[in-house]
Design a binder for this molecule. Sequence first.
Ligand code: NAP
Ligand code: F7E
Length: 328
Amino acid sequence: MPRALITGITGQDGLYLSELLLQKGYEVWGLIRGQNNPKHEMVRRTVPDVHLLAGDLTDLSSLMRALTAAQPDEVYNLGAISYVAYSWENAMLTTDVTGKGVLNMLEAVRLHTLDDPSRIRFYQASSSEMFGKVQEVPQRESTLLWPRSPYGVAKVFGHYMTINYRESYGMHASSGILFNHESPRRGPEFVTRKISQAVARIRLGLQHELVMGNLDAKRDWGFAGDYVEAMWLMLQQPEADDYVIASGETHSVRDFLVSAFAHVGIEDWEGYVRQDPRFMRPAEVDMLIGDPSKAHRELGWKPEVNFETLVSMMVENDLREQADLAGR
Ligand code: NAP
Ligand code: F7E
């Protein structure tokens, strides 16, 4: 039975990846931070077969202890401060967790496998935010990186550190450059879930206004359930490498709004939406669109859920969830 250790187990991707690996017959271990993490129970309920370990990406010795306990064949480093807007307000913390946390995890794996550094396969959750002010359209593995936020800068550090450990120590360390991926499990601070929740509440008469930031930003959105499959595929390759994982389509935030409101039969959506500078960013990533052809070719990976299906899935989920919460 192969064994996997996942950091960021309480997050969107951690849950989907745990389910995928359990289905594949893995023994799954998850790292959870804090002395009384409020998401502990949610993880227990959602993926009861996952073994949970205490640890924090900023604490190297906790990562070493986790490796000793889990004895993994594969490590998926998904833990991060991942909310871009928050990263300006907490740039140093973001650097410590999202950037230096990767170095801590790589170093823990290296020290744990001194006999054979390729014994553990390592996945780093890199991000399309690294492309920032895009230097090429569409973005591919070779596109020059130009991050636009403390989060993006921290991810660039983690990305190059992963490549450096692969080149320096012969580690099987891969970096997945994943474009935005969403789901009903997406945190409500991210724009897609903020919209799907608000649209559901407006339809149910529980909310009357949605306050937004920049509606012109464009993103290449996919479904998280499809994207975790790509993480696993990367670690099954004989050689470690870097891969762009994207849908190859781009849509604006406005497109997402139109589609979400249309799903509940509201066409005159503009009457419900107000923009506020509070949600504008000091530096915006205007447009992202990925070229996933290397992943198609070498991993045989293709996403199954398209944009419209993703929007419907999220709005339908929130209609049910919000109705339940309102006791309807
Ligand atoms: P998420 O839902 O925000 O989950 C982040 C996870 O990191 C949570 O489990 C969080 O734990 C954990 N974490 C935060 N600080 C930590 C620390 N100091 N030590 C250990 N764990 C810590 O993110 P996601 O959407 O699942 O994304 C997974 C990874 O992919 C992240 O690295 C993200 O940056 C990256 N990524 C995401 C996307 C996307 O579109 N979703 C795209 C590209 C890359 P708590 O619950 O305790 O806070
Ligand atoms: O913003 C605009 C905002 O916060 C998307 C993370 O998973 O994907 C995610 O980062 C766009 C931006 O995601 C609001 O300005 C407008 O242009 O949903 P988001 P993100 O910043 O793209 C990347 C790939 C990651 O790696 C990150 O971890 O939407 N926008 N109005 C808004 N965004 C938010 N959050 N809230 C608004 O009201």
